[in-house]
Design a protein. Sequence first.
Length: 506
Amino acid sequence: MRANGQTGLSDRRCEAKDKKLFRNRSLIVASNRGPVKIVHDDDGTIQFMRGGGGLVTALAGLADQLDISWIAAADSFEDAAWGSGRVPMEYGSEMQVKFISPADDAYDGYYNVISNPLLWFLQHTMWDFPRAPTIDHETWLAWDKGYVTVNQCFGEAIAAAIESCTGKPLVMLQDYQLYLAPKFIRDAVSQEKKYTLTHFVHIPWPGPEDWRMLPERMRSAILESLLCVDLIGFQTRGDALNFIRTCESFLHESKVKFNKGSVVYNGKITYIRDFPISINVDALHEIAESIEVAQYRTSFEDRFGEYRLIVRVDRTEPSKNIVRGFQAFDEMLTLHPEHLEKVMFLAILVPSRMEVHEYQDYLDELMAAAGRVNVKHGTSEWEPVRVLVGENYQRAVAALQIYDVLLVNSINDGMNLVAKEGPTVNRRYGVLILSETTGAHQQLNVGASVISPCDVYGTAQALHEALNMPAEERKERAKRLVETIEREDIERWLCWQLEAVASLKL
């Protein structure tokens, strides 16, 4: 069940593109967030503000070769009012974009109750099961009237797009918000219409022991819908294996084949593969060389230049394990006082899902943890931990350029792209300390210092060892990381999937 990306390919060439295997196929992408946001100038002129994320970047590069349609939920009144149409992309190409507009209460249940936090916390193994979640009547309403309803809206819109296509379209569904969409698509599209249905899950997939905590009706609906797909992609081999184990545990009529990476259910075969997602290396280098990033870098060097620098860049969510990172820094300073007044910990944090109270509580908790380190070890001249909160990508890139140590100690991450962005732009041969429970570990353990996310003492020792690592070893590790990241970039991730569709003759 090895991904195409694990077969020893050493270049970034996409076989599917080179052979023009998809020139006569339309591509339909569906995700909760769209590739653009609609904004208006002061004079009322419509402008298309391109969304972030690697998927948009990867597909923009194919828009001149493929007929691409993207279906997403409206994120604003302007999105909903605009509805659908052609959107300009790079290189003079265009993409068809359609926004669906569910009712506000339906979307709230779908997104803020079921997708986040119920499924997100479950799949990141973040629930404290003796206390949470409590699946009460309100949760079930959010499932039936929210998650099911919005997925049906997506399914119907995607089905209409499939029916309107000439030839055999390829449909690529994205992530945990759309688990029920495949079943609605299969029910709505006429049996005569030929198409290929794929689904990529960007977050971890835990084992059946975690899925057992979800009510049977929810769990079965998710699994049975996903097995309407032709090809399911996960970030890691472990996630892919866990999905097959989950099907084996709960769908007793299914026939699983671990060696072939497939599940047969209701007479239909679904293939399961891992496709580790990555970054757009060229685009990141372009940002890193910008004037704005240089200004932030100069500011950091003026303020922190006399110190060795530990950096982390994260969203403020519990799965990122930020509190234990500060605790490990505290322990390092306690056990190795030679680092006092010589090292600083710079945390660049982006607020995340602040409408969810678990995330609000975690922000308070991590700020308190940073404050305790500063009170315990700080002096009038030295603040051990500096926390900067806000969404500013250029500032984050500047910090990544100058770290001596980059700490990525997530409890559970589908991938964690910071672990790939950091080595790509870093100028100091900085050391990457990486949790073994991140998806990035599968590719980057060749050069990272690997830790267990709950081991505060082990993380403290890893920080100490990284700060004292010989220059030649630091350089060699950094080189291995960069080579891996550049070889297996975001375009390669997309091509692995296209090549799998072609090789499986889907």
